[in-house]
Design a binder for this molecule. Structure first.
Ligand code: AMP
Length: 132
């Protein structure tokens, strides 16, 4: 059975898309730590990130780097924090979080933003991504 993230990448479940390529997809986390919190996934279904074969794994991080640059351009912040957790959704993903201080990466402190704000930030990230 397809994972929820495969369904998102296929457009079968809605998401706030930030970037897409042939093999990778980036979209806003629905329960973000900060505005612009983005998830980057391989379209290929692999549960555990360190089980991804090398070429696809390296491509995932190269894609995430580009998304992080677009995110930083779209959302003013000190850094883009990076995390891999994967305890909730069994489809490998990288968290990219705009942060200004260490405590902004606290996964116990999830937020929510109105749909219009989510759509607007995703559109800004995608615009910056398309410039790179
Ligand atoms: P984890 O697997 O522990 O890295 O956490 C999965 C992340 O996916 C959490 O931060 C969730 O808020 C996020 N998430 C789960 N379902 C969705 C969804 N349908 N759209 C966007 N983000 C999601």
């Amino acid at each position: 059975m397809a994972t929820i993230f495969s369904k998102i990448a296929a457009g079968e479940i809605p998401s706030y898309r930030c970037a897409e390529s042939e093999n990778y997809y980036a979209f806003l986390d629905i329960n973000p730590l900060a505005k612009g919190h983005t998830l980057v996934i391989p379209k290929q279904e692999v549960n555990y990130i360190f089980d991804i074969e090398d070429e696809n794994y390296q491509g995932l991080w190269a894609f995430a780097k580009k998304v992080a640059k677009a995110l930083k351009a779209a959302v003013p912040c000190e850094r883009i924090g990076v995390a891999v957790i994967g305890l909730e959704v069994p489809h490998a993903h990288i968290h990219l979080v705009p942060i200004n201080q260490e405590k902004d990466m606290d996964f116990r402190n999830k937020k929510s933003f109105p749909a219009e704000e989510m759509a607007a930030v995703a559109a800004r990230v995608e615009e910056e991504f398309n410039k790179l």
